[in-house]
Design a protein around this ligand. Structure first.
Ligand code: NI
Length: 138
């Protein structure tokens, strides 16, 4: 059976502040610049979640896209949309919410939740139209 990649794109808005808790304000300001503004700032995140699997000969699907949409919504978007990532998301507790750390945490929220035979292939997380990270696990 042919293996195909399927991508679902989602959006969320969130606030954060970058910094290392153990560091001084001065060092955080030096390393993270405006991103360590004590009162935070926001981003309109765009995320692409790609899964891969064999095309089911009956349905013609790799995965039911409604099921993928609902999974990403329930496991990620509902928790982070219009939230402060530093203080309101239990699974980001103690995490410096850089885009890199976020994409890894999001991966862990999704990877074991996919239907049998479907695996998480790649997540692209866009913090601004000019900056994005991608993660393929491991
Ligand atoms: Ni930021």
């Amino acid at each position: 059976m042919p293996r195909v990649r399927v991508t679902r794109r989602v959006h969320f808005a969130a606030a954060h502040r970058l910094g290392v808790a153990e560091w001084s304000e001065e060092r955080n300001a030096e390393v993270f610049g405006d991103c360590s503004n004590p009162l935070g700032h926001g981003h309109n995140y765009e995320m692409e979640v790609t899964v891969a699997g064999e095309v089911d000969p009956e349905t013609g699907f790799v995965v039911d896209l409604k099921r993928l949409r609902d999974l990403v919504q329930a496991r990620v978007v509902d928790d982070v949309d219009h939230r402060n990532l530093n203080v309101e998301v239990p699974w980001l507790e103690g995490v410096n919410p850089t885009t890199e750390n976020l994409v890894v945490a999001i991966w862990e929220r999704l990877e074991d939740r996919l239907p049998p035979g479907v695996r998480l292939d790649r997540i692209v997380l866009r913090e601004t139209p000019r900056n994005h990270v991608e993660y393929t696990g491991g």
